[in-house]
Design a protein around this ligand. Sequence first.
Ligand code: FES
Length: 76
Amino acid sequence: YQTIKRANEANKVNLSVKKDIPKVVDFIDIEDITEKVSLCRCWRSKNWPYCDGAHGGHNKETGDNIGPVVVRHKEN
Ligand code: FES
């Protein structure tokens, strides 16, 4: 059991965001997005759920290539 648990710990994506709740779900009202919003996909942001650029350090350390999803209005 300990071996399985250790393996699971190593596979965790979320290391620090809202660890006191069973599932992290965030809501952003579309009406509140004025121009655009960058949402974190690396789970390293200190400004969750928004991207704060922390993915850059993660990519550098690990050789990963992840970045945010940017939600924006269509340009007319
Ligand atoms: Fe996580 Fe930018 S900080 S995607």
